[in-house]
Design a protein around this ligand. Structure first.
Ligand SMILES: [Zn+2]
Length: 150
């Protein structure tokens, strides 16, 4: 047994010889170290090699997680945008009639009886100046039920 500690290079040389298949007792005698030390270094070297060759390194794993988080975030953003679009479209489709009828120009009074309650009674096509048909609103008098046109 040597009382001088072998250098890491010497230890590596010993481990290489042991892994090459040489008998531990021969190596121990050659380098003047005890066999238990050789077994301990072999075990340590094996653990270090396994750790070094392991694919579960922190870096790539962290990067991968970050990328999937980015994907989740972008999808959440898209879902939120689509929800807002649905809300907007739903609101628009519900508000179209009220907007349409709020801007509707109604006759002030019935030309037949003078009643002021004039109700919308559908639309009728009218040939415009350019030859295309335009739908104009048709009204009905609440009192005398006669059709009223603008
Ligand atoms: Zn009338």
């Amino acid at each position: 047994m040597s009382d001088i500690h072998p250098t890491p290079q010497t230890k590596l040389a010993i481990i290489k010889e042991a892994w090459a298949g040489r008998k531990i007792a021969q190596i121990a005698r050659k380098y003047r170290v005890c066999r238990d030390s050789i077994y301990t270094w072999m075990h340590t070297a094996t653990q270090a090699c396994l750790h070094a060759l392991s694919p579960q390194k922190r870096g790539p794993k962290f990067k991968k997680l970050l990328k999937s988080e980015e994907v989740i975030l972008s999808l959440e953003q898209k879902v939120s945008n689509l929800e807002m679009e649905i809300k907007r479209l739903s609101h628009d489709s519900q508000s179209i009639p009220s907007v349409k009828y709020a801007n509707l120009v109604r006759p002030d009074h019935c030309p037949h009886c003078g009643h002021t309650r004039i109700l919308l009674n559908g639309h009728y096509p009218v040939k415009g100046a350019d030859g295309a048909f335009v739908d104009l609103p048709r009204f009905i008098c609440k009192q005398c039920r006669k059709r009223v046109y603008l």
